[in-house]
Design a protein around this ligand. Structure first.
Ligand code: NAD
Ligand code: UFG
Length: 345
């Protein structure tokens, strides 16, 4: 077991839980803080079943600075933070901007405020390819211009990146790695943990798997009149376990001072653009399960096409997305079937 403890905020959530598994398998002791606003404490059991180790869990809200202060006192061995805790539904953020700005920004500000005095060496921040908006060219490198955010959620990611940069440039005694995720999908290969959205899914894969299993009647494909080969939108779908592994590398990079830069930004994607119709086809081929679907009108605010140039992360982090999309689709389906077995969905 390593000496440095990692604090994972939002660690019972989708990407957080997969990252806790990878951290524990790499030998890090982990403390999770999560207010369970978008996840369930049962996830801890799933993590334990995979790794044989139960991570420490604090049920608490990161917007409450006293809760965080107590947490750092309880765990003086925390040396790295991975900050997943945030509200993440783009559509909801249009109706509840104050919730989004308050939750996402206060969480980050509290962590940045306390981590220096607590002796924490670095923070990994979950950003998004949403900061690029509709990119002028694909694949997108980290140097592509940041476009005006189209939602309060997207704006919290842009502002968060700026806050981290300002705090570090002001001489904060820690480093930061900002990770811009493309579209995380799939589940752990054990089907012990995965994505569990509340209510009707807004994202493609959970809607697709819920349709395949019969919870939803048919999947709506939002538009087939885009300027793409088959007319549907193109994204870069990255396996969630591959994504989780990048966080272990990023946190290690800061703890071991492997870079002179105090702040680094990486795109995390596969480098492959896949259309909605291609994705449905890949799922059907990989699982042998049909997905009833129909073409409907465009969804407001959707980007036409965006995919990553992951070369910088490949070279500098020594990280690469490895899982074939068909395997990722099988993992998403196995997770959906497990939820059915457990009577959850
Ligand atoms: P998620 O909702 O599954 O996980 C977030 C977790 O944070 C949840 O368990 C939630 O209960 C918790 N949380 C929220 N506010 C909190 C607070 N104030 N205090 C404590 N816990 C709190 O989301 P996810 O998909 O795992 O996303 C993780 C991070 O990655 C988020 O910052 C999200 O914005 C970012 N991100 C996600 C995607 C994606 O498509 N999933 C893409 C780009 C970036
Ligand atoms: N789509 C459908 N039908 C659906 C759901 C989605 O056709 O029922 C399409 C969308 O139009 C889009 C693609 O599937 O073309 C992917 O949509 P998602 O909602 O799964 O993902 P987005 O690319 O819109 O956004 C996601 C997250 C954002 C994050 C962004 C980049 O929701 O929070 O990825 O990381 F910012």
């Amino acid at each position: 077991m390593k000496q440095e403890r990692i604090l994972v905020t939002g660690g019972t959530g989708y990407i957080g839980s997969h990252t806790v598994v990878e951290l524990q398998q790499a030998g890090y002791p982990v403390t999770i803080i999560d207010n369970l606003s978008n996840s369930n404490a049962d996830v801890i059991d799933g993590i334990e079943r995979i790794t044989g180790i139960r991570p420490d869990f604090v049920e608490g809200d990161c917007t409450d600075i006293d809760t965080l202060r107590r947490l750092f006192e309880t765990y003086p061995d925390i040396k790295g933070i991975i900050n997943f805790a945030a509200s993440k539904a783009v559509g909801e953020s249009m109706h509840k901007p104050i919730l989004y700005y308050r939750n996402n920004l206060n969480t980050l500000l509290n962590l940045l405020d306390l981590m220096g005095p607590a002796g924490v060496k670095g923070i990994v921040f979950s950003s998004s390819c949403t900061v690029y908006g509709e990119p002028d060219e694909n694949p997108v490198t980290e140097n592509a211009p940041i476009k005006k955010a189209t939602s309060p959620y997207g704006n919290t990611k842009q502002i968060s990146e700026e806050i981290i940069t300002d705090v570090i440039n002001a001489g904060a005694p820690f480093k930061s790695v900002i990770l811009r995720y493309f579209n995380p999908v799939g589940a752990h290969s054990s089907a012990e943990i995965g994505e569990l959205p509340n209510g009707v899914p807004q994202n493609l894969i959970p809607y697709l798997t819920q349709t395949a299993i019969g919870i939803r009647k048919e999947l709506s494909v939002f538009g087939n009149d885009y300027n793409t080969p088959d007319g549907s939108c193109i994204r870069d779908y990255i396996n969630v376990v591959d994504l989780a592994k990048a966080h272990v590398i990023a946190v290690e990079r800061m703890l071991e001072d492997r870079s002179d830069a105090k702040i680094e930004i990486f795109n995390l994607g596969t480098g492959n653009g896949v259309s909605v119709l291609e994705l449905i086809h890949t799922f059907e081929e990989a699982t042998g399960v049909k997905v009833p679907h129909k073409i409907v009108g465009r969804r407001a605010g959707d980007i036409e096409k965006v995919w990553a140039d992951p070369a910088y992360a490949n070279e500098v982090l020594g990280w690469k997305a490895e899982t074939p999309l068909a395997d990722t689709m099988r993992s998403a389906w196995a997770w959906q079937c497990r939820l059915r077995e457990r009577g959850i969905m």
